[in-house]
Design a protein around this ligand. Structure first.
Ligand code: UD1
Length: 405
């Protein structure tokens, strides 16, 4: 009998993670893969465009949940998903990343006694003010199969008492999607179409509550970007949440003497094309921290912490506070010190989804023992943090050895 696997996705960053898993499962004759879209993201450019570009088949079920408070959104996913899982009776439910749809689906499946597989398990920022951190911890606690993208993710889980045999060090599915799409994205040469020169512009995405919900912080960030755009054009595809906050705060980019372009959200290939030939990326997104690291593009993350420390220790990512001088100083520094070669991160090799499929379909195991002795990077990071007197103490923050030692 065929194994039935249900994937539940809802928000933009989920779709890039689902795509490679779906492609791998589609190759197998012994699996029926059912896709449920919760509808957490619903604007065409936040959702349908990604299904199309990533060749994800239309969802088998669409729950139409939409926006709302965290509780109402989470509750709506749970209420609408339960009958779907009761009817489809899957062997495994796969959930992705750390959005509200992820934790909601994990709760429903676990309570129905269905095994939960968490793709991108074990990431921790240690920051309980982030809704995503709560979603990560709860989802991992409920999951029977934890697909980890990096060694320190395994270390985090072991430190929380999760048994090693639940974890599989499969690698990073975001990088699977990137590898799959990169040549087509680069061919599009979106920069040239927008009149931008190779490595001659900055790409920005900001949407986290900590950056956009407070009008003073948002104003400071916009001011810094405007300042930066006097030297290099700055392209900022604006997330609906940030757009709403800009409107609420009455903020518009100042047109005098700079080239700050606020544009509509762009699709996956267009974004990848823009990022691949950017001089610098400024973001608060999780995925972009990883993508820039893989591509060797300098990245500034406007956050006090990251659940992806590997991108700071081995990659191009640096954390910066939302202050104008800090941001401008770090931007100059990051561009000057662009690495000559792309960093190599273990198992960020385009084959994570293949490993996930091997775990699901062939009961393969991916090096739990290696994970147990693996905490090199995590240890390195916590030593760095111990040595840093305050998390936000400098523009370069605690991200690199050379800043601290
Ligand atoms: C969610 C995720 C976040 C992820 C982000 C990527 C959670 C807790 N957060 O944040 O981790 O980085 O997605 O985009 O799940 N909206 C639209 N159209 C849409 C979707 C949203 O206009 O298609 C607007 C609505 O006004 C909504 C607001 O954006 O209230 C926020 O959307 P929501 O899904 O609640 O969270 P995000 O901020 O998108």
């Amino acid at each position: 009998m065929k194994q039935r696997i249900v994937s539940v996705v809802g928000a933009r960053p989920n779709f890039m993670k689902l795509a490679p898993v779906d492609r791998e499962l589609a190759k197998r004759g012994d699996v029926e893969h059912v896709i449920v879209h919760t509808g957490q993201h619903y604007d065409p450019e936040m959702s349908a465009a990604f299904f199309e570009e990533l060749w994800i088949p239309a969802p088998d079920y669409h729950l139409g949940v939409g926006s709302g408070s965290h509780a109402s959104q989470t509750a709506a996913v749970m209420q609408r998903l339960e009958p779907v899982l009761t009817q489809t009776r899957p062997d495994v439910v796969l959930v992705y990343g750390d959005v509200n749809s992820t934790v909601a689906a994990a709760l429903v499946a676990a309570k129905l006694g269905v095994r939960v597989g968490h793709v991108e398990a074990g990431l921790r920022s240690g920051d309980w003010t982030m809704p995503e951190e709560i979603n990560r911890v709860v989802t991992d606690r409920l999951a029977a199969l934890l697909f980890i993208p990096s060694r320190e993710a395994g270390h985090n889980l072991l430190a929380e008492g999760v048994p090693g045999d639940r974890m599989h060090f499969v690698g990073n599915v975001m990088i699977d999607s990137l590898c799959w799409a990169l040549s087509r994205a680069v061919e599009r040469n979106v920069a040239a179409q927008r009149g931008l020169s190779d490595r001659g512009y900055v790409v920005v995405t900001l949407h986290r509550p900590s950056n956009v919900d407070d009008p003073a912080t948002l104003g400071t960030l916009l001011d810094a970007l405007h300042y930066l755009s006097r030297d290099l054009p700055v392209v900022f595809p604006v997330h609906p949440r940030a757009k709403q906050r800009l409107r609420d705060a009455g903020l518009t980019p100042c047109r005098n003497g700079g080239d700050l372009r606020l544009i509509e959200p762009v699709g996956y290939l267009e974004m990848l094309s823009l990022v691949a030939s950017a001089a610098l990326v400024i973001t608060d997104s999780g995925g972009l921290q990883e993508e820039t690291t893989f591509l060797g593009v300098p990245c500034l993350t406007v956050r006090p912490n990251t659940e992806r420390p590997i991108t700071c220790i081995h990659g191009t990512n640096r954390l910066v506070p939302p202050r104008r001088d800090a941001l401008l100083g770090a931007a100059g520094h990051a561009m000057e010190r662009r690495p000559p070669v792309r960093p190599m991160i273990e198992r960020w090799d385009g084959r994570a989804a293949e490993r996930i499929a091997r775990v699901l379909c062939e009961d393969e195991c991916f090096e739990v023992e290696a994970v147990e002795q693996a905490s090199g990077s995590a240890r390195e990071l916590s030593e760095l943090q111990d040595r840093a007197p305050g998390q936000m103490r400098s523009a370069g923050m605690f991200a690199t050895k050379e800043v601290l030692t």
